[in-house]
Design a protein around this ligand. Structure first.
Ligand code: FE
Length: 300
């Protein structure tokens, strides 16, 4: 019943041109054919989209789409959810078409994050080509990348993904966020799906107004990352974190604030793991070097 990959994320926006400018012009994602719902579809491989920006009235993260290899794997997940009393809704044929998949279901995790569970993703046969000359993405069978979701009900939410979606533990981190050592630490669980990416999902034990902490896309080269960083700075996009290297997945990345209010981590050289021999770790520091954080500018 294990989930295969993070297939996509869905974002709502009242300003699609701003997303187009951020994602295509600054980062270098390819714009695909628009969805039947008028969504801006952003490509990094031969999937019809990895980020769908749905026209709406708010700037917010809507859902993460989790891919299952076949109907049997999806059905096992749905059975597990229903037996535990989790409400699961079958999406309409039109909604499945909007997501470019054959079978689509929806539910929420114990922290209120929306999940879309699917199988039968469509293929876009037009080869990927970046409008900014990126060499390409580490995606395809490793999925879109990773998503970090707010999980105020941290332990319950972790158990949900382990039990019902078949995630496995990769790493955990406990960060002292205040100068007072007796304050509770912020916990983050990093979890993997059935692919070599170190984590497809992380859960952070705190609420986040935008509905997402960050999404991560992995480019093929450091030059892709460096040029994108320069373009973001030139466009006046807020750089939430400078270039740095994570201690657990070895990703070299920077973080830029998306028009949705959450961050995009844009990186390269992420760890690939053989899960047959992996022993989950506890990281004592988030970074080997870099990743200096800057608060977002205050809106007046
Ligand atoms: Fe990340």
């Amino acid at each position: 019943m294990s989930v295969s990959t993070l297939g996509y994320v869905v974002v709502e926006s009242a300003d699609l041109p701003k997303w187009r400018s951020f994602a295509s012009e600054a980062i270098g994602l390819m714009e695909g054919a628009p969805g039947p719902d008028g969504s801006l579809r952003l490509r990094i491989d031969q999937r019809p989209f990895r980020i769908a920006v749905v026209p709406g009235s708010a700037e917010r993260f809507l859902a993460a789409g989790w891919e299952f290899a076949d109907e049997a794997a999806l059905a096992a997940c749905l059975d597990s959810l229903r037996q535990a009393g989790v409400p699961v809704a079958a999406a309409s044929a039109a909604d499945a078409e909007n997501r470019a998949v054959r079978s689509l279901y929806r539910c929420k995790d114990p922290s209120g994050n929306a999940l879309e569970l699917y199988t039968g993703r469509h293929v876009d046969y037009l080869p990927f080509a970046s409008p900014r000359g990126l060499s390409g993405f580490v995606a395809d069978e490793q999925g879109m990348g990773h998503v970090v979701l707010p999980a105020p009900s941290l332990e319950e939410t972790r158990a949900f993904y382990l039990q019902h979606l078949g995630f496995g533990d990769s790493d955990q981190m406990w960060l002292q966020m205040s100068p007072n050592p007796t304050d509770p630490k912020l916990g983050i669980y990093f979890m993997h799906a059935r692919n070599p990416r170190h984590h497809s999902l992380a859960l952070m034990g705190a609420p986040v107004p935008s509905g997402c902490v960050h999404i991560m896309l992995q480019a093929r080269s450091l030059d892709d990352v460096g040029y994108a960083l320069d373009r973001c700075i030139a466009q006046g996009i807020h750089i939430s974190s400078s270039l740095g290297k994570h201690s657990n997945d070895m990703m070299v990345s920077f973080y830029a604030q998306t028009p949705g209010g959450f961050d995009l981590e844009f990186g390269c050289d992420g760890l690939e793991v053989d899960w047959r021999t992996w022993v989950p770790t506890t990281s004592l520091i988030p970074d080997l070097w870099g990743h200096r954080w800057s608060p977002p500018p205050q809106k007046s």
